[in-house]
Write a new protein. Structure first.
Length: 218
């Protein structure tokens, strides 16, 4: 066995994307509407949505906590994996994003499955039920609070539950020698924290902008 991994070149990644299950039609419509509405183009990629769908489905997850709703793309993608009896609590600060997400969640018929909470995520997390009530958490919000989000949500996910955190590659800038971008520094610090976190067995999956995938240990 080679100890040197195959480098994920642009050509190899395009090969991967071309052979991934195609983007769901409703998700594609939602994404195009988000572009037309000039929402920040920072939602998860279609291939990442497929990967997260697979993880949630094989784990048997039914209750998910999401930090960072944006336009609702990832929430809908996860709700499709959970099935009709699944539930997602998704947290979003910006009122315009909340309104857009709620509209498209209703259009997709997910109003009973997805609850969008408006407000600062740390405040909302404190107001949600304590204890390990969630099967999975997905963090994709302001990078400076990633460590705080992880600390708070680890107590809310059951042992054996999924921990997923987006942008581990800091928008492709994680290995830059010099950067003055606060988000890059925050993600670097978070990545080091995540690697030391003994309550989670985890790794970074090199898909999209890098996705932390972990399992909470008992």
């Amino acid at each position: 066995m080679s100890t040197v991994p195959t480098q994920v070149t642009a050509e190899l990644f395009n090969y991967l994307i071309a052979r991934t299950t195609p983007e769901d039609a409703f998700l594609k419509e939602l994404r195009e509407a988000a572009i037309a509405a000039a929402l920040p183009a920072i939602w998860i990629s279609p291939e990442q949505a497929v990967f997260m769908h697979i993880l949630l489905q094989i784990s048997g997850a039914k209750r998910v906590l999401e930090i960072g709703t944006l336009g609702g793309y990832s929430a809908v993608a996860m709700a499709q994996a959970l099935g009709p009896d699944g539930h997602i609590d998704t947290l979003e600060l910006e009122p315009r994003h909340v309104a857009f997400a709620r509209e498209w969640i209703e259009r997709g018929g997910f109003t009973t499955n997805i609850h969008v909470h408006q407000g600062a995520a740390l405040d909302t997390l404190a107001s949600l039920a304590a204890g390990p009530t969630y099967d999975a958490v997905f963090i994709d919000a302001d990078k400076g609070n990633y460590a705080a989000y992880l600390h708070q949500t680890l107590d809310m996910v059951r042992p054996g539950g999924l921990i997923m955190v987006d942008n581990a590659f800091a928008f492709g800038r994680i290995l830059e020698d010099q950067t003055t971008t606060d988000d890059v520094w925050a993600i670097r610090a978070f990545n080091d924290l995540m690697a030391r976190e003994q309550r989670v067995m985890s790794l970074i999956v090199p898909i999209a902008d890098g996705l932390w995938v972990g399992v909470k240990q008992g």
